[in-house]
Design a protein around this ligand. Structure first.
Ligand code: DSN
Length: 412
C-alpha cells in the first residue's frame, strides 16, 4: 500500500487500524468472512476502470473482450457450483439480487409471503422500512415458540389464506436447516413463485452440507461474501425459463454498469468454492458451530431452537436482564466481535434486542477448530454471566488476542 500511504495518510491509517482490529479480534459475526489473497487481489485490478453495461457478447461499450471473459467465467462457475440453469453475477448486493427477483414476477401491490424479521428473516423479505415492505403487501410466517423451528404446516396455512404471488424462503438468523422442498411444495400448491434467499448458507450448500434449494425454486439469490467466502456482492441463479427476465431486471431496470473488478473477484471465489477443499471448510464451519452451541448450552446459555445445523447460533437473553446491545458491547471489549439480534418473541427494540447472533465461518477460515470453539464458548459464557466484571473482560481480551495471534489471517 505504498501509494495509498503517500497519497492519503488518513485513509491509509484507517485501513491499517482496521487490519489490526480484524487480526486482533475474534470475528464471530455470522455473515462475515475472510477472503483469500487471490480474491482480494482481483478486487484491486484494472477492471475497476471498465464500463461494461450489458452481458458477455452483448455490451453497450467497446473494449469488453476481457470483461466478457471474466464474467463468463463467473457465470459458468456459478451454474456449475450450484447446478443451476442460469446465473447473473452482476448484482452489487444481496438486496439488489432480491429486488431483481421480486420485479421479475411482481407488480407493486402484489402479495409476498416472507419470514418475519424478528424470527430470523431479512429486511428485504418484507420489512416496512425496506422497499419490499413499501411496495408489496406483506404476509409473514415465523417459528414456533416451543422449539424455535419453522412449522411448515402453518406456512401452508398462511399461504392458503393470503394466496401470495411469491414466497420468499431463506433467512439471516435461523440456525436450523431449511426445508426448501417443503417451501417449493407450498408455493406450487398456492400457485406462487418460489424465491430462495440463500445468502447465509450458500457456502454450506456449495460444499454439500445443506440440501440445495435449486431443484425446488424458481429463483435463488445470494450474497457472495458470507459462507461463500467471496467479495462483497450478490448473484442470482434461476431456471432457464426465467433467465431473460432476471437479466433484464438486474440491468437496465435496477442497476447500471456492473462492477467488473468485483465480478472478476467473484469468478476467483467461485473457482475456489468448486475445489474439494471448500467442502472440508463447510464441514468444519458446522462442526465448530455445533461445539460452540454445546459449550454454551452446558453453561446454561439458552439458544433459540436449542442448537444449530448451520454456521450460526442465536443466543436467547429474554430471561436475563442483560440486553443484546450490552452483551455485544461487553464481548467486543473482551476481544470477541458478534452482533446483537432480535429473537422470536422479541420485546425490545432492534437497537437493543434480547439476542446475540454468533457464527463460525470467519474463525474457521483462520484455521480454528473445535478445541478453540470450546475455549471461546467458555469465554462467552463467562462474559454473559458477569458482563460488568472489568477484570474478567480484560483477562479474556488478553487471551483472545493471544489466540488470534496464533492463527494469522494470511500466512507468510
Ligand atoms: N446484514 C446481513 C447479515 O448480517 O445477515 C444480511 O444482509
Amino acid at each position: 500500500m505504498q501509494h495509498l500511504r503517500r497519497a492519503d495518510e488518513k485513509v491509509f491509517r484507517a485501513v491499517e487500524d482496521e487490519t489490526g482490529r480484524q487480526l486482533g479480534q475474534l470475528e464471530m459475526i455470522a455473515s462475515e468472512n475472510f477472503v483469500s489473497p487471490a480474491v482480494r487481489e482481483a478486487l484491486g485490478t484494472v477492471f475497476t476502470h471498465k464500463y461494461a453495461e450489458g452481458l458477455p457478447g452483448r455490451r453497450y461499450y467497446g473494449g469488453c473482450e476481457f470483461a466478457d471473459q471474466v464474467e463468463e467465467l463467473a457465470r459458468s462457475r456459478a451454474t456449475r457450483l450450484f447446478g443451476a440453469d442460469h446465473a447473473n453475477v452482476q448484482p452489487h448486493s444481496g438486496a439488489q439480487a432480491n429486488m431483481a427477483a421480486y420485479f421479475a414476477f411482481l407488480e407493486p401491490g402484489d402479495t409476498i409471503l416472507g419470514m418475519n424479521l424478528s424470527h430470523g428473516g431479512h429486511l428485504t423479505h418484507g420489512s416496512p422500512v425496506n422497499f419490499s415492505g413499501r411496495l408489496f403487501r406483506v404476509e409473514a410466517y415465523g417459528v414456533r415458540e416451543e422449539d424455535g423451528r419453522i412449522d411448515y404446516d402453518s406456512v401452508l396455512e398462511v399461504a392458503r389464506r393470503c394466496r401470495p404471488r411469491l414466497i420468499m424462503s431463506g433467512a439471516s438468523a435461523y440456525p436450523r436447516a431449511l426445508d426448501f422442498e417443503a417451501f417449493g411444495r407450498i408455493a406450487a400448491e398456492v400457485d406462487a413463485v418460489h424465491v430462495v434467499d440463500l445468502a447465509h448458507i450458500a457456502g454450506l450448500v456449495a460444499g454439500g452440507h445443506h440440501p440445495s434449494p435449486v431443484p425446488h425454486a424458481d429463483v435463488v439469490t445470494t450474497t457472495t461474501h458470507k459462507t461463500l467466502r467471496g467479495p462483497r456482492g450478490g448473484l442470482v441463479l434461476c431456471r432457464g425459463e426465467h433467465a431473460r427476465v432476471i437479466d433484464r431486471m438486474v440491468f437496465p431496470f435496477i442497476q447500471g454498469g456492473p462492477l467488473m473488478h468485483v465480478i472478476a473477484s467473484k469468478a476467483v471465489a467461485l473457482g475456489e468454492a468448486l475445489a474439494p477443499a471448500f467442502g472440508d471448510y463447510g464441514a468444519r464451519v458446522i462442526e465448530n458451530a455445533r461445539v460452540l452451541a454445546r459449550t454454551l448450552r452446558h453453561r446454561g446459555v439458552r439458544l433459540v431452537s436449542g442448537g444449530t445445523d448451520t454456521h450460526l447460533i442465536l443466543v436467547d437473553l429474554r430471561e436475563r436482564e442483560l440486553t443484546g446491545k450490552d452483551a455485544e458491547h461487553a464481548l467486543e471489549r473482551a476481544g470477541i466481535t458478534v452482533n446483537k439480534n432480535t429473537v422470536p418473541g422479541e420485546r425490545r427494540s432492534p437497537f437493543v434486542t434480547s439476542g446475540l447472533r454468533i457464527g463460525t465461518p470467519a474463525l474457521t477460515t483462520r484455521g480454528m477448530g473445535t478445541e478453540e470453539m470450546a475455549t471461546i464458548g467458555g469465554w462467552i459464557a463467562d462474559i454473559l454471566e458477569q458482563p460488568g466484571n472489568e477484570d474478567r473482560i480484560a483477562r479474556i481480551r488478553g487471551r483472545a488476542n493471544e489466540l488470534s495471534s496464533a492463527y494469522p489471517l494470511y500466512a507468510p
